[in-house]
Structures are given as C-alpha cells and as structure tokens.
Design a protein around this ligand. Structure first.
Ligand code: SAM
Length: 322
C-alpha cells in the first residue's frame, strides 16, 4: 500500500535510516524497498529535510535484514556472531558492516579480509569494521571459542569435518596432527574417542584446551604445543590420523607413519591441480608407508574448489601393518 517514504540513493541508505531511527520516525511495519536505483524508507510522517514520496511498501512480516538497509544483498560468511566480508572498497565495506550490525541478525562483529592466509600458522590479517575478532562458533552440536586474529578457522569445512567425524567409534585412538582449536579433535572426543591434538600455534593449543573443557571432553583430549614432528610418546599409537595442512602435508608423512598403529585410517588433505587431484597425495603416502604397511585408498573426495583449476581434496587411506 502507498505509505510516505524517504527516498534516497542506496549509498546514503544506512546513514539516513539511522538518522530517522534516532528521531523515532521509521514506520517499522513496512519493508524498506529498492526500485529503479532508489531506496524507499517508510516513515511515520512527513519529514523535514528529506525527499518524501508516497510509495507502495509491503508490510513487514519479520526481521530487518542487511539487504533491507543497504538496498542490495551483501555477500558475507558467518562464524559465530562474526560476519566476514571481502571488500576492496572501504566505504562500501563500512556501509555493509553498519547494516549487518544494525539488522536483526545476531551479528556483533564484522571483519574484512586484509590478507591471504599466511605462514606456518595459517592465520590472516583482518580489518575490524565492528566488534572484535573473538567469538564462539557452533558446529554440529559442538562449541568452539576462537580468535581469528590468532588462529586458523574455516566454517566452510563443517560438512567435511562432519563426514570424517561420523566415521569415529567410541574407544578409538585418534591423533589430529594439525589440530587448530579442535574442530576435528573435539567432535571425535564427543563420539568417545581418546584424542591427541598437536599444533605449532600455542594460541590454538590454548583454545583447544578451553574447547575441550567447554564441550565436557577434557578427560579424553590431550593438547600438545609445538611441531608435530617432535612429539614423543605416541609411536605406533593411532587408529586414526587427521592431516589438515593441505599445502604441505606430504612433508609430514614420515611422522604420520611413525604415529600409525597396526591398523590406521588416515584422512589426508591436499590441494592439487584438477587434472590429477589425488595422484600426488596417493604416491606420497605409498612412498612413506610401503612396504611396512599395506596401503588402501578407501575414499577420494573433492572437498571444494580452492582456486581456478585447483581442488582441495581428501584421501581416506587404510594403513595395515604387514
Ligand atoms: C589448515 S589449519 C587446520 C586447523 C584445524 N585442523 C582446522 O581444521 O580448523 C593447519 C594448522 O596446522 C598448524 N601447523 C602448521 N605446521 C605445523 C607443525 N609443523 N606441527 C603442528 N602443527 C602445525 C597451524 O598452526 C594450523 O593451526
């Protein structure tokens, strides 16, 4: 139905909406709409100083979403109460951040990617547009406290982690060689496995310990700081190994074979060209494990596209000592 609306260009939408809200002039019962490059913000009355027109605004059924405030749908990724954006234009990034925080979505923080993932610790730089880099993320019933300024974490791998964790049986001994804050380790312990997680990043190991306690599995999780190649006391130990360090896992296969027990399942993550995504990993595993182990590839899985012509893949491999 026709209601009075302040008409502005989308770039000025959020600022205008805030100014109107501060004066309690927003007609909350109606949706903000976009038409022909204009944003129409329903108001309760004629407002001095604005272009007010009669406009057919649909009545509001539910929440205010970021797109309502911006006049376009922003693309973002959610991690706990953080929204992650990737915007080169800082002004646009700030407008999106304001809209995300002001919407009815449970978003407290907005981070813009400021670098690629870097170095051994796989952490990136962030521009904090709102809030902070710290949050609690929930995934398949487990909770993970983390700080993106200090540790690696990708919510995009949730389904893949769940696929691996679903294979775990109570009583197993599982070793996560690059454990991070525990998104494999904690759910494996929740399924009843005894878990060891190692990580070079001391901050990640601290979060892993906190997350074990947060999820009530601290008795079944041992967190070890440092280079996994230096870990002692777990030779021939593991029924299951997780190796999620895709660019360089091959350099750790000798350690994996040392940690593997009599009959061990290895989840080996790799990033390779689409022409032969599994071959290099399989050859590297055979070179490290044969002839002491019989090597059987049980699953060849394309996890996701990583870059043009490059795939992030996983090999599930059964190692049986001969
Ligand atoms: C891609 S992240 C994976 C973290 C976690 N498994 C996940 O899925 O979120 C790789 C992790 O390996 C750790 N790392 C790198 N080199 C390592 C090494 N030599 N020994 C142990 N951990 C290492 C990094 O600090 C990082 O936390």
């Amino acid at each position: 139905m026709d209601v009075p609306c302040v008409r502005v260009r989308p770039q000025a939408g959020e600022e205008t909406r805030q100014a109107l809200a501060a004066r309690d002039l927003l007609a909350d019962d109606y949706e903000i709409t976009v038409e022909d490059g204009w944003l129409y913000i329903p108001v309760t009355d004629r407002v001095e100083g604005y272009d007010v027109v009669a406009h057919d605004a649909p009545s509001r059924a539910g929440q205010t979403l970021p797109g309502d405030l911006l006049g376009f749908e922003p693309s973002y990724e959610r991690l706990g109460d953080i929204a992650i954006v990737e915007e080169d234009d800082l002004e646009r990034a700030r407008a999106i951040a304001d809209a995300l925080v002001d919407s009815d979505l449970p978003i407290e923080s907005v981070l813009n990617r400021a670098s690629k993932i870097k170095g051994d610790l796989r952490v990136r730089d962030w521009d904090v547009l709102a809030g902070s880099t710290r949050t609690v993320h929930r995934e398949y019933g487990a909770e993970f406290e983390l700080d993106l300024a200090q540790v690696y974490f990708s919510p995009r791998l949730a389904t893949e982690r769940h696929r691996v964790v679903s294979q775990v049986e109570a009583g197993e001994r599982a070793f996560d060689m690059f454990a991070g804050v525990g998104p494999f380790a904690i759910p494996m312990a929740l399924r009843g496995a005894t878990v060891v997680g190692a990580d070079l990043n001391e901050a990640a190991v601290e979060f892993l310990e906190r997350n074990a306690a947060r999820n009530g599995v601290e008795a079944r999780v041992t967190a070890i700081p440092g280079d996994v190649r230096d870990v002692e006391g777990y030779d021939d130990w593991a029924d299951r190994l997780v190796m999620n360090l895709p660019h360089s896992a091959d350099a750790f296969l000798d350690t994996a074979v040392r940690l593997a027990g009599e009959d061990c399942t290895l989840h080996y993550y790799d990033i390779q060209h689409e022409d032969d995504p599994f071959g290099p990993g399989e050859r590297a595993i055979r070179a490290a494990a044969e002839p002491d182990y019989e090597v059987r590839v049980e699953t060849r899985r394309r996890v996701r596209s990583y870059a043009p012509h490059e795939l992030n893949v996983c090999l599930d491999v059964r190692l049986r000592r001969r």
